[in-house]
Write a protein that binds this ligand. Structure first.
Ligand code: HEM
Length: 356
């Protein structure tokens, strides 16, 4: 048998083993993509996905050594940081990548908002996106609590108190999170199961639906007034052109994550002490907004305001079309609303970051 015949018989064998119509895959790969996605900031969803993959890989590596019990959690992280070879690096990569992922999700959401890509027929995909944002923030919250250092322990205490203040269902949510009426060894086990089991499963399902809807609706076409994009090139191919862009972004991100982890490796604070409240409790930076709101108002009011904001963001595509029908607002009004909303978020976040 010569080389060509051998190749063909291997191909035939694979076709027999997996009777899948490969033409379909080739067809899907050749799908034309609007040319503006050549610019990285228009396809930030891919960056989020890339960072999510980094999270899964580094997270699995950390799980080999992490012990989810109050007696050993802190010690196991100490061992990862100081004893296990490259443990500090994997831990730092996991943390840096989580921060970048949250920034990328926010930026992706802003780009979708300011390009109006949430409007008909993509309203459902916007709502799935909002759920993905919630899942991403929950990853951050549960992950931080697993470290079992003073700040993470007391941060979890404040968060479960906030959950308790939700009208009607609050006590049930808080009890579910804590595994009882108070923070106990059950709480850590629950956060661990949420962080490595339930949330990843929900994330996979939602990302699957998100991508499925993107494929059936197609990416929203944008009209550039100033011809930022070349007029003659309206589309390019998903494979290999778009994938090449994504891979380049992935390589650059890997460099950035590595440099950040080398220069600013993750530290470990004091071990959690349920009997000693620290002077200054601080959540992760992406919850500064809520924390400042809490300080400015009250427990109940901050929860109600956050709930209302979440409701408006989730149903925004429908609220907007209702507003347009009733008041005939122009696009400029919605752009200004977005700018004010974003500025409000940034002001509260920066304010909290400079305060004790
Ligand atoms: C884990 C989080 C997320 C992942 C992995 C993800 C992934 C993606 C990808 C790969 C795309 C294709 C185009 C692009 O990259 O922009 C996309 C588009 C889209 N995403 Fe997301 N996304 C996430 C979160 C969100 C959030 C938080 C929102 C908004 C609340 C959102 C709303 C949308 C919409 C409406 C589109 C269609 C845009 C268009 O047609 O131009 N996504 N997403």
């Amino acid at each position: 048998m010569n080389g060509i015949e051998e190749k063909q018989s291997v191909r035939t064998m694979i076709k027999e083993l997996i009777p899948f119509n490969w033409e379909l895959l080739r067809h899907a790969g050749a799908e034309p993509i609007p040319y503006h996605l050549k610019k990285w900031w228009f396809c930030l969803g891919g960056t989020v996905m890339y960072l999510f993959i980094v999270q899964i890989i580094t997270g699995i590596m950390l799980t080999f050594y992490y012990v989810p019990s109050p007696e050993f959690a802190y010690q196991s992280i100490e061992a990862i940081t100081h004893e296990i070879r490259f443990g500090w690096f994997i831990r730092s990569l996991h943390k840096w990548s989580s921060n970048f992922m949250i920034i990328a999700v926010f930026l992706h959401m802003l780009r979708v908002y300011f390009t109006g890509a949430y409007r008909h027929p993509r309203q459902l995909n916007w709502m799935i996106g909002v759920l993905l944002l919630g899942v991403t923030l929950s990853f951050g919250f549960t992950g931080y609590s697993l470290v079992y250092e003073q700040l993470s322990f007391w941060g979890a205490t404040v968060a479960t108190n906030l959950a308790e203040a939700v009208p009607l269902v609050g006590p049930y949510i808080a009890n579910f999170m804590r595994g009882g009426p108070e923070i106990s060894p059950n709480t850590l086990t629950r956060f661990f199961i949420l962080h490595i089991g339930l949330l990843p499963t929900i994330a996979f399902i939602l990302v699957g639906l998100h991508i499925f809807l993107i494929r059936i609706h197609g990416i929203k076409e944008l009209n550039f007034k100033n011809e930022v994009m070349p007029r003659e090139k309206k589309y390019f191919k998903f494979w290999p052109d778009h994938i090449t862009t994504e891979m380049l972004v992935g390589i650059v991100l890997m460099y950035i994550l590595t440099i950040c982890s080398l220069i600013f490796p993750l530290e470990l604070g004091e071990i959690a002490n349920p009997n000693k409240t620290p002077l200054h409790i601080k959540p992760e930076w992406y919850f500064y907004f809520n924390f400042r709101l809490l300080k400015l108002t009250s427990l109940k009011l901050s929860v109600v305001l956050t709930g209302m904001l979440a409701f408006v963001v989730f149903f925004w595509p429908f609220i907007e079309s209702w507003l347009t029908k009733k008041y005939r607002f122009s696009d400029r009004v919605y752009t200004s609303l977005g700018v004010f909303g974003f500025l409000g978020f940034m002001i509260l976040t920066v304010w909290e970051s400079f305060s004790h």
